[in-house]
Design a protein around this ligand. Structure first.
Ligand SMILES: Cc1cc2nc3c(=O)[nH]c(=O)nc-3n(C[C@H](O)[C@H](O)[C@H](O)COP(=O)(O)O)c2cc1C
Length: 430
């Protein structure tokens, strides 16, 4: 393995410089600013499992699934989004980490890494207005701006958060990070991408507040910065904190690439350990490749990521579209990014990292998911549904079904989530 030395410049501002021993490859270790060593350059990016037990805690299905990934050789594994408040869910069966009521179950989840190279970090999230109507009738957001017209049948218009509530949410993020540390996870990631609450604050389209939380970018990034600072106070200097952030929202008047560069520069100076680059939101779901220009190349956000890489002081992970070992190795070797994020490839092949690290000329077997009817494909978040089904299979200790029919995934999701989701939603409203 090629060692990477991070030479410490200034203890006070956590400013790091990197001296790389070339050539780097997927097998190289990576040292984070907090001192943690990741054992290779392959990371599993977050995939919402949506299979929590009734009390929104992770049960046996989670330990089964994560043990598969742990045994598959991945160096870093970011969990699917873990909510910081049970009143604000993105999906009916999300895991929630807001108190120590079910900490034993979180401990079992964290222990899935034992004896393996995997470092496991929960992704902490608040959905803001991206929460379906049947889960939250009054979502919250920086400003009372609804999602676009096509989304309104499914998502209720939000109300603007009061300042006191913003501070409460910041405390919740910090509290959840502390609980994750107590449970034995090796780090946490703030979900600052894909149109959820942190991303809503960053966007000038969705955040039109007139107070210190809105307006110029300096104010719009305050929410993320305060979350980071209060987490850091609770978990200490040696516990990794990362963030997933959009390279851009790809929406007119939204969070721009220039905004993303400035935010990343600022948070890396503050001591962030890892920045993961993605893009898009429910309104513009480019994170899974639905953008003509991004389809041309394997790594959807690589160009954006390399612009960001030039101005930051912490390691950078880029996620979206990676399929071949050749491109992954090229990106790591060139230093354009420090970690390769993989999501869908690991939902069908949990041991792909092992193959990438030990064989040559390896490619993921990911293929487009379609019902064959364009109209139906457009109606449903088909990719998400199909891949979630694969996670559920592995949660039951079954093998993923690489050639599963798209209709089958729709049927199972409606059967599992429809009934469970409705039951939980009605329980909450009682
Ligand atoms: C089933 C599924 C669930 C996802 N859930 C999350 C999530 O909870 N948080 C997140 O940041 N991204 C989520 N994503 C997006 C992935 O992390 C990733 O950014 C995207 O799939 C592109 O990477 P890929 O081309 O390697 O799949 C999800 C993607 C899929 C397919």
């Amino acid at each position: 393995m090629s060692p990477i030395i991070f030479s410490h410049i200034s203890e006070a501002d956590k400013n790091y410089s990197r001296t790389y021993t070339l050539p780097m490859n997927l097998k190289s270790e990576l040292k984070l600013p907090c001192g943690m060593l990741l054992l290779n350059r392959i990371a599993k990016s977050a995939m919402s499992e949506n299979m929590a037990e009734e009390g929104h805690y992770p049960g046996l299905h989670y330990t089964n699934l994560y043990r598969r990934w742990a045994m598959g050789g991945v160096g870093l594994c970011i969990t699917g989004n873990v909510m910081i408040d049970h009143r604000h869910l993105g999906e009916p069966c999300n895991v929630v980490l807001e108190n120590d009521l079910h900490l034993e179950h979180f401990k079992s989840w964290a222990q899935t890494t034992e004896g393996t190279a995997m470092s496991l970090w929960p992704q902490l999230n608040h959905p803001g207005k991206q929460t379906p109507k049947f889960l939250t009738s009054e979502p919250v957001a920086p400003s009372a701006i609804p999602l676009g017209p096509k989304m309104r049948a499914f998502f209720a218009p939000p109300r603007a958060l009061m300042e006191k509530e913003i501070e409460e949410i910041i405390n919740r993020f910090a509290n959840s990070a502390k609980l994750a540390q107590e449970a034995g996870f090796q780090g946490v990631q703030i979900h600052g991408a894909h149109g959820y609450l942190v991303s809503q604050f960053l966007s000038p389209k969705h955040n039109q507040r007139q107070d210190k939380w809105g307006g110029p970018l300096e104010n719009r990034m305050r929410f993320l910065i305060e979350i980071y600072k209060s987490m850091r106070l609770k978990v200490g200097a040696s516990f990794p904190i990362g963030v997933k952030i959009n390279s851009a929202d790809f929406q007119k008047g939204g969070f721009s690439h220039e905004d993303a560069i400035s935010v990343c520069q600022k948070i890396s100076k503050l001591g962030m350990d890892l920045i993961e680059i993605s893009g898009g939101s429910y309104e513009k779901p480019v994170m899974t490749g639905q953008r003509q220009s991004t389809l041309k190349r394997e790594a959807y956000f690589l160009q954006y990521a390399s612009d960001i890489k030039k101005v930051i002081e912490c390691p950078l992970m880029v996620t979206g579209g990676f399929r071949t070992q050749k491109i992954m190795e090229e990106v790591i070797n060139s230093g354009e990014a420090d970690l390769i994020g993989l999501a869908r490839p690991l939902a069908i092949e949990p041991n792909l990292p092992y193959r990438l690290l030990s064989d040559s000329d390896v490619a993921s077997k990911v293929h487009p998911i379609t019902t064959g009817i364009k109209f139906v494909d457009g109606l449903f978040p088909l990719e998400i549904t199909w891949y979630t089904r694969q996670l559920h299979l592995m949660g039951k200790n079954l093998e993923p079904k690489m050639n599963a029919n798209a209709w089958n995934a729709i049927y199972h999701t409606l059967k599992e989530m429809g009934v469970t989701g409705l039951r939980r939603a009605s329980a909450r409203s009682n």
